[in-house]
Structures are given as structure tokens and as C-alpha cells.
Design a protein around this ligand. Structure first.
Ligand SMILES: Cc1cc2nc3c(=O)[nH]c(=O)nc-3n(C[C@H](O)[C@H](O)[C@H](O)COP(=O)(O)OP(=O)(O)OC[C@H]3O[C@@H](n4cnc5c(N)ncnc54)[C@H](O)[C@@H]3O)c2cc1C
Ligand code: SF4
Length: 503
């Protein structure tokens, strides 16, 4: 027998989890389909060996790159999605990120909505995800009210570094971080296994903790885990999705709903729509523009570690500093370069994944004397950077990073900054063309159905009961971490759905 719901939400990460939370208080019968399982609370959550060497929580899927070579995507299928593993840096986009901006290698296009449209939803998302920050200290931030929670204090060593950065003429500010009750009984203990690890004590502001757990307590919300959506089927007109084929409990089931919200992550959502091609949608569902899967972006991101042989780093929680001085322009160029932020501590095992032939003790000695940073630049939408699906259903990600000259300049500035801080050397590492961490852009939103897949409320132009609320809708990637914007837009779309579809 086919089961029927009012709303099916596919994926329970930053977008889908937030949507489930926002719709759970309605009377709609909601089904969350999540292809992964709940991440168990276990000792391995905080084990660098389990997480980095054995890749315990990462998908075992193999994808193909643009040249057809296999690789292991750094992504996680579980309740809460990649939010379970995020570093909890929850930035708003800058006001200027919503406007068209000329970059060194091309144009970052305008969004069809402006900062003020999203601002009230950013406020709600920050409360929902327990964001700690400080208003007024980041020169690139739009005028705003206070953060819901005070900033996380810097460690003694990071506070000293912040003082030195100010002497260099920079304007470091506290990173906005989503952490649940830091320092309080039962709350976040500010450990050194946060970014890329699930939180063993559920104190990370992630989509499972902040959204899904409470949503599924409601009688109208059901969640199926290990339930993978295979295909969306439309009615004969092609204008409405009628049902979802789901692989669940060893069989393929069909579930019907009045409204479908896809939120599988930018790559998997594009793959799902492409894989839902039919006689009436031969190029893939909602793909009359031909843009489904195209314009993939993921940020130019370089991890950097400043090393000093005689200076041990005693900081435990290191991810507290943002430097946005080069966000809008570089010292030697009028073009934007991006953002620098301090990173969580690197563990020896983690470093060893880059060059396994170097012994672990050498890495441990190295990282105990290192301070970690991330330099991140905007990459630009390019229709040839794209997700496609092979005949056997496998995902192919053809991605050639761009805006690389601006990123090289940012890395140069970060290096200069680290040498001025007295570090003897700087090592760096990047995922390059296999970068999927900040994936976005594959189902762009806009006002024109010929040049976008979704409308400004993330409804498919071609299919009236289909919404997509993961990072797919981004017209540009900006150069701050994407998740708060995903959550804020999901809240905005949820409000629209409540007002127009569930009344
Ligand atoms: C290690 C790491 C650190 C990060 N740190 C930060 C950070 O500090 N700040 C920040 O802003 N961003 C960070 N990110 C990025 C952030 O996690 C993502 O931008 C965000 O989670 C994307 O949300 P989403 O809803 O688009 O997708 P996801 O959160 O990935 O959720 C997609 C969900 O869909 C499910 N799914 C996929 N396909 C199907 C299917 N066919 N059927 C059913 N379910 C399906 C997946 O299992 C998953 O649960 C980080 C990412 C990683 C990996
Ligand atoms: S305790 Fe705090 S710092 Fe440690 S993993 Fe949990 S949320 Fe992150």
C-alpha cells in the first residue's frame, strides 16, 4: 500500500533539519527521509584515529571526477547531515555578497534577494543554532543587533595572537560559533575535537541537536532513517511531484505527498533531480533551464599551519578568530581576496592523511608546535563545473577551481601575517578539485525560469510542489561559511510554505 503524507522532506542536514523544525509546529503530516542513520554517541566520536584514519562516519561511496577518476567524497550521510561534523562557524553573508561584485577572475552575480530580506531569518537561525559572537568588531559585517550569546573567549595564546594581529594593523574579530551552553554543566567543554568530529555530548549547534530531535518528538512528524530517495515521480502533466521512490528496509517503497522538500546537499539534490528524468522531463526534473547540476561551487580553501620549533601550542579550543581585512579588497588589488580564520587544532593522525609516509611521532611533534588557520576565497559560478549522473547512477563531479589568483594572493597575505607573528615556517594543504565541504550552487534560485532552477522561495520553476532548501540555491558562494545562510533561507521558505501551502 502506498503511504501518504502532507510534506516529505528529503535529507535532515542544515537545510532539511531546519525545515523540519520550522514545519513541525503545523498540523501537517511530515515525513523526513534520511539515507543515513543516527550517529551513535560513542568514544569514537572524539577519536582522531576513528574519524581521520578509519573514516568511521564518512560515506564509503566513490564518485568520479571530471576525468572519470574515482575519489572518496568527504561527505557524511547521517541524521543532521554534514552539520554533525561542521566547525560550527555560523557567519552571515556580508551585505555586499548579495550584490554583483567584480572579482579578479570574473563576476560574482547578484542574489535575487537582498541582505535585509534574510536578516530576520538570520536572527532566528542564530537563536536556533546557539550562535555566540560580538557585534561591531568585524568591519565587514552589516549593522545588526546583538548576537543571542556572548562570544567564546580566546585562549591565552590566541588572545596574545589577536593583540599582535592588531599591531599588524589588522582587525581580528571573534568567530561566530554555534555551541550549546559552553562552560555550563552538560554544555560544550570547548575541546580540541570539534571541526570534522561529531560532538560526543551533543553540545554542538548542529541540525540534529537543534532541530531534528525536537521535531520528531511531535506526533505529526515521522522520520525514516536508512531511507534513500531514489526518484521523484510526477503526475502526467509533469507539473507536480506525486510520489517518491524510497529504498528502505531492503525494498523500494513508494510514498506520496502534496509537497516535496528536497535537501540532500547541493551535489545529491542535483543528482536526485537528474536521476528523476522522465518522458516529460527528459533532461531531469525541473531542468528546463538546463542548469540542474551546473554552476557547482565549493570555495577555494587552504589549510595553513604556522610552526615554531621552540613554541609549544597549549590552546585546546583554537577556532575563535576571524580576519576579514581582505574580504572586499587586497592590499595590492581592488578585488576581493576572502577570509582568514583560525582553525581547530590539527591532530597528528589528521596531518598524516596528507603524507602517510611520514611517521606519526614526527607529525605529533610538528602539530604540537603549530597554530592552524584557514584561508578561504570565493569561487565563481561556471556552468562547466557540474554534477552529473552516470548510467550506473554514480555521481560525477567535474570541478575546476577558479578565482585562483585571488586565492593565491590571500594565501600570500596569510603567510606574511604568520611570519610576522614569528612562526618559522608555514605548511599548507588544499583539497583542490575534490573539495565538497562547502558545496553549493547546483540549483540556482532567481526570478527568470530561463536562467535559474528555483524561484526566490526555492520553489522549482517547472514543478509547483517541489522546493529545495539545501545549499543548491546559492547564486554565488561568497567567502564565508555557508550554513547559517542555508538555515536562514530554509526558515524563510518554511514561513512561505506555512502561509501559502499549509493554511
Ligand atoms: C568537516 C566539515 C566542517 C564544516 N564546517 C562548517 C562550518 O564551520 N560552518 C559552515 O557554515 N559550514 C561548514 N561545513 C559545511 C556545512 O556542513 C554544509 O554547508 C551544510 O551542512 C550543508 O547543508 P545541506 O542541508 O545543504 O546538506 P547536508 O547538511 O549535507 O545534508 C544533506 C542530507 O541529505 C541526506 N541525503 C543525501 N541524499 C539523500 C537521498 N537521496 N535520500 C535521503 N537523504 C539523502 C544526507 O544523508 C544528509 O543528511 C562543514 C562541512 C564539513 C564536512
Ligand atoms: S564539546 Fe564543544 S567543542 Fe567539543 S565537540 Fe562538542 S561542541 Fe565541539
Amino acid at each position: 500500500m502506498t503511504e501518504r503524507f502532507d510534506v516529505i522532506i528529503i535529507g535532515s542536514g542544515a537545510g532539511g533539519g531546519t525545515m523540519a523544525h520550522a514545519l513541525s509546529a503545523t498540523s501537517a503530516r511530515i515525513l523526513i527521509l534520511e539515507r543515513g542513520d543516527v550517529v551513535p554517541q560513542e568514544a569514537e566520536n572524539w577519536s582522531p584515529v576513528a574519524v581521520w584514519k578509519h573514516r568511521r562516519y564518512q560515506t564509503r561511496e566513490r564518485w568520479l571526477d571530471g576525468r572519470g577518476r574515482e575519489f572518496s567524497p568527504y561527505t557524511h550521510y547521517c541524521v543532521g547531515g554534514n552539520s554533525k561534523f561542521w566547525g560550527s562557524v555560523l557567519f552571515r553573508l556580508r551585505r555586499e555578497d548579495f550584490q554583483a561584485t567584480e572579482h579578479m577572475d570574473g563576476l560574482s552575480p547578484a542574489w535575487p534577494i537582498d541582505y535585509d530580506t534574510l536578516a530576520p531569518f538570520y536572527d532566528t537561525a542564530e537563536r536556533l543554532y546557539h550562535v555566540h559572537g560580538e557585534t561591531g568588531s568585524d568591519p565587514t559585517e552589516a549593522p545588526r543587533g546583538p548576537y543571542p550569546y556572548a562570544p567564546i573567549p580566546h585562549s591565552i595564546e590566541m588572545a596574545a595572537i589577536v593583540g599582535q594581529l592588531r599591531q599588524q594593523g589588522l582587525h581580528p574579530s571573534p568567530l561566530p560559533l554555534g555551541l550549546v551552553r559552553p562552560g555550563e554543566p552538560g554544555g560544550c567543554v570547548l575541546c580540541d575535537t570539534c571541526n570534522s568530529f561529531p560532538c560526543q555530548i551533543h553540545a554542538k549547534g548542529d541540525a540534529e541537536v537543534c532541530c531534528v530531535r525536537t521535531a520528531i518528538e511531535r506526533p505529526n512528524v515521522t522520520m525514516w532513517t536508512k531511507a534513500r530517495a531514489l526518484r521523484l515521480r510526477t503526475d502526467p502533466s509533469g507539473r507536480k511531484v506525486e510520489s517518491v521512490d524510497v529504498e528502505h528496509e531492503g525494498r523500494t517503497r513508494r510514498v506520496d505527498a502534496s509537497l516535496i522538500v528536497v535537501s540532500c546537499g547541493a551535489i545529491n539534490s542535483a543528482a536526485l533531480l537528474l536521476g528523476s528524468a522522465s518522458a516529460i522531463h527528459p533532461q531531469g526534473l525541473a531542468n528546463s533551464s538546463g542548469l540542474v547540476g551546473r554552476r557547482y561551487m565549493a570555495h577555494q580553501a587552504t589549510m595553513m599551519e604556522g610552526f615554531h620549533p621552540f613554541r609549544k601550542n597549549h590552546t585546546v579550543f583554537q577556532k575563535t578568530v576571524a580576519i576579514n581585512d581582505f574580504y572586499f579588497r587586497g592590499p595590492d588589488t581592488p578585488y576581493p581576496l576572502g577570509q582568514i580564520q583560525s582553525q581547530g587544532r590539527t591532530h597528528g593522525v589528521m596531518a598524516q592523511t596528507a603524507y602517510p609516509f611520514i611517521p606519526l611521532w614526527a607529525y605529533e611533534a610538528w602539530v604540537s608546535r603549530g597554530v592552524d588557520w584557514l584561508a578561504m576565497s570565493e569561487d565563481l559560478p561556471d556552468e562547466d563545473n557540474r554534477v552529473s549522473v552516470e548510467a550506473d547512477g554514480r555521481i560525477r563531479l567535474a570541478y575546476q577551481p577558479n578565482n585562483t589568483r585571488a586565492h593565491a594572493m590571500l594565501v600570500r597575505e596569510a603567510k606574511r601575517m604568520l611570519y610576522r607573528l614569528g612562526f618559522w615556517s608555514v605548511v599548507k594543504h588544499s583539497h583542490g578539485s575534490q573539495n565538497t565541504t562547502h558545496q553549493c550552487g547546483t540549483l540556482v534560485f532567481g526570478t527568470d525560469a530561463r536562467t535559474s532552477v528555483l524561484d526566490t522561495f526555492c520553489r522549482a520553476h517547472d514543478v509547483e510542489n517541489l522546493f529545495v532548501v539545501d545549499a543548491s540555491f546559492f547564486p554565488s558562494s561568497a567567502a564565508v561559511n555557508p550554513a547559517l545562510t542555508i538555515a536562514a533561507q530554509a526558515l524563510r521558505v518554511a514561513e512561505h510554505i506555512r502561509e501559502t501551502e499549509l493554511t
